[in-house]
Design a protein around this ligand. Structure first.
Ligand SMILES: CC(C)(COP(=O)(O)OP(=O)(O)OC[C@H]1O[C@@H](n2cnc3c(N)ncnc32)[C@H](O)[C@@H]1OP(=O)(O)O)[C@@H](O)C(=O)NCCC(=O)NCCS
Length: 289
């Protein structure tokens, strides 16, 4: 058992804890707060717990807020996916929100997990709008390490990936900047910015450097002006929006050679954006909701 200032963390037992956790998982307002779908039946709650924590080597704890004996929530790592970077999730019943309980618990649990020899890092995938959960992750020492598209019922959203390594180290390589050679630099930059939401980080003579966001320090794209023939390049661009709207805008901009969007077996929807000078950008985004 682990303990924090106010909470006992007791190893999860499905038959003992299912009732209390189902009361939480089936609360529609609770689920809305986490941008999730509530469980309709106790069986669904059982499947939820089995799917997330079923094969995780026992690293699931229920929270008992002293002196209560009933589970107020649950925290655990995902079922073993054969990697030393382990995903974590945390769930607390709505009546206990906002008192700092999960922040207190997550810190203790993450510190404990990172002391295990088989775990090199902990990561949490959190809906970008779930500011409470992002704050919990920060309290547990996790930082923003990435972003992924996410398909929810009825909407496309984004997950932020928060992570903390047992032994933090600066990466050797932290980005790629592919080069696109073009004759018409200004028109290519205009098209890429308007279709893909890119930002001009700087433009100097025959070079424009485009970033995904207005922030510096991330991967980008170098667009270089050349005078001779252009060798068409192929590259993939990950987007966090439905690609259909990007495809429609590309066709409206006169890029009629672009191919129509298709669902791929690796759970992405893609189309090929063909630029005026023949470069082919595979635009890869979330599946439709
Ligand atoms: C996410 C969750 C576990 C947080 O638990 P909690 O005990 O309420 O969290 P804390 O009280 O420790 O608060 C976390 C942060 O949220 C902030 N917060 C509290 N109430 C808030 C509100 N109404 N709006 C925005 N932020 C709020 C707190 O200020 C705190 O940040 P700070 O300490 O930096 O100020 C809980 O809200 C929950 O179970 N949500 C539904 C399930 C879920 O989303 N799980 C995570 C899936 S990734």
């Amino acid at each position: 058992m682990l303990t924090t200032a106010r909470v006992d963390l007791v190893p999860f037992e499905v038959e003992r804890d299912l009732g209390a956790l189902h009361a939480m998982f089936s609360d529609p307002e609770w689920a809305r707060g986490g941008y999730m779908t509530p469980a309709a039946t106790e069986e669904e709650s059982r499947e939820w717990l089995e799917r997330e924590f079923g094969d995780n080597g026992g690293w699931t704890w229920v929270l008992r807020v002293r002196p209560e004996q009933e589970a107020a929530g649950v925290i655990g790592v995902f079922s073993d996916q054969g990697t030393s970077v382990r995903g974590i999730s945390w769930y607390l019943r709505r009546t206990s929100w906002g008192a700092g309980l999960m922040s207190e618990v997550a810190r203790v649990v993450v510190d404990h997990l990172l002391r295990q020899p088989s775990i090199s890092a902990i990561e949490a995938w959190i809906d970008s709008r779930n500011v409470r959960s992002i704050a919990v992750a920060r309290h547990a020492g996790l930082d923003l390490v990435g972003r992924l598209p996410r398909t929810n019922p009825g909407e496309i959203a984004q997950s932020v990936v928060m992570g903390r390594a047992a032994r933090p180290a600066d990466p050797t390589t932290f980005g790629f900047s592919p080069v696109l050679s073009v004759r018409d630099l200004d028109e290519t930059v205009r098209l890429l910015c308007s279709l893909l939401g890119l930002h001009v980080r700087f433009q100097l003579g025959d070079l424009a450097y485009l970033g995904c966001t207005t922030w510096n320090g991330q991967s980008g794209l170098e667009v270089r002006r050349v005078s001779g023939p252009v060798a068409p390049t192929t590259m993939t661009v990950d987007v966090g929006v439905l690609v259909d709207a990007v495809y429609d805008a590309a066709v409206a901009a006169g890029l009629g050679e672009s191919t129509a969007p298709e669902d791929m077996p690796w759970s992405r929807r893609t189309f090929t954006l063909v630029l005026p000078e023949g470069h082919r950008l595979t635009v890869s985004g979330p599946l439709r909701a």
